[in-house]
Design a protein around this ligand. Structure first.
Ligand SMILES: [Zn+2]
Ligand SMILES: [Zn+2]
Length: 376
């Protein structure tokens, strides 16, 4: 079928993107879904830093690529071997397909799915196929999804069914921002009632982590960012103390507020500086989680002696360190109870044709989630 999508042809374009237009909105040809795939009409797709990293060239991917990985939509058709998904179902996308057969999947860690991560790096669906064409050129998929388009062909293993009552923009945010941020707090840092938690970096994922910490009763909750506007928003989401990251005595101030440091510090900014802050404000015996994905050539250092003598834990968290098929319904339940106000993560809506301006908003750290909305 013919449809339209936002394709990145070269990385490293200069800003403003509204002028350089790294994403070209083009007519594309979509193949029908293969046996294990579904055709999805996209309702909303969020602009995420992982999309921006590909545009900037910080996460090199095979080009040309149709970007977009945080989306919600309606199933239009399914392949013959798809079970548990029917035409008309509302679904969200998750950015690692889970084969359910490899060692990682079978040990309950589908974010580490081996074939899923390999196909993401290759720019294909889990089946190894690419279903998008531009004339005679084959276009790569972005982490098995490519949702900046009116329609997408996606592996059923990248989709989670959600209630039809959920608005598309809210539903989309569960696929990346919510699952990553809330999961980092709950699954990776194992935040429990009364634990002192800090979140460094308050984009969509960081704010979701603040909400998640609040939802499970963490206290105090410290929020840290360079942008004072984001600190006020974090306070509305449940942060009990906020600090500007540029404050000269930041580490001492956080330690003073939290009686020596936090039990869990979550790095959500994607920078080594933020990780260093997270490490420095974690208390003895505490856990430092990094989920922000700095450039792949970044290096960090820490004291192994401190790691030992203070029984510290330093861990990475990808896709919320859980299983989206269990976690997404759980988090949607919390949203429905008012414990996870995900709708407040959405700062603006834009049309596919204006996606480059949206990337400017994201690059300038303005707002939380900007959503491409598609007409009926
Ligand atoms: Zn994302
Ligand atoms: Zn797997």
């Amino acid at each position: 079928m013919r449809t339209r999508g936002a394709i990145l042809v070269v990385e490293g374009a200069g800003r403003p993107y509204a002028i350089s237009r790294p994403l070209k909105i083009l007519d594309i040809e979509l193949d029908p879904p293969g046996p294990t795939e579904a055709l999805v009409r996209i309702g909303a797709a969020g602009l995420c830093h992982s999309d921006l990293s590909v545009i900037e060239g910080n996460r090199p991917r095979p080009l040309p690529m149709l970007l977009g990985h945080e989306a919600a939509g309606i199933v239009v058709s399914v392949g013959q071997d798809v079970h548990g998904l029917d035409v008309g179902d509302h679904v969200i996308t998750t950015f690692v397909p889970a084969c359910r057969l490899c060692e990682s999947c079978r040990s309950g860690r589908p974010a580490l799915c081996e074939p899923g991560n390999a196909s993401n790096v290759a720019g294909t669906l889990l089946s190894g196929e690419r279903r998008i064409h531009l004339g005679d050129r084959v276009i790569n998929h972005h982490v098995g999804i490519s949702a900046f388009a009116e329609y997408a062909v996606i592996s059923a293993k990248s989709l989670v069914k959600v209630p039809a009552a959920l608005p598309f923009d809210v539903a989309a945010a569960f696929g990346c921002a919510v699952i990553t941020g809330v999961g980092a707090a709950i699954n990776a840092a194992q935040v429990e009632p009364g634990m002192a938690v800090a979140v460094i970096g308050l984009g969509g994922v960081g704010m979701a982590a603040v909400m998640g910490a609040r939802a499970v009763g963490a206290s105090p909750i410290v929020a840290i960012d360079l942008n004072p506007d984001k600190l006020s928003i974090a306070a509305e989401f449940g942060a009990t103390a906020t600090f500007q990251a540029s404050q000269p005595d930041l580490i001492a101030a956080v330690r003073a507020t939290t009686a020596g440091g936090v039990d869990a510090a979550l790095e959500m900014a994607g920078s080594v500086q933020a990780l260093n802050i997270a490490w420095a404000i974690t208390r003895r015996g505490g856990t430092t989680v990094t989920s922000g994905l700095p450039r792949s050539d970044s290096m960090a250092s820490y004291s192994p002696a401190q790691l030992v003598a203070e029984e510290r834990i330093l861990r990475g968290s990808y896709l919320g360190s859980g299983d989206p098929t269990n976690d997404v319904p759980k988090y949607i339940g919390w949203y429905q109870q008012g414990r996870l106000p995900v709708e407040r993560l959405i700062s603006s809506h834009l049309l596919l044709d204006d996606i480059n301006s949206g990337m400017d908003l994201l690059a300038s750290a303005s707002g939380l989630r900007h959503m491409v909305s598609f007409e009926e």
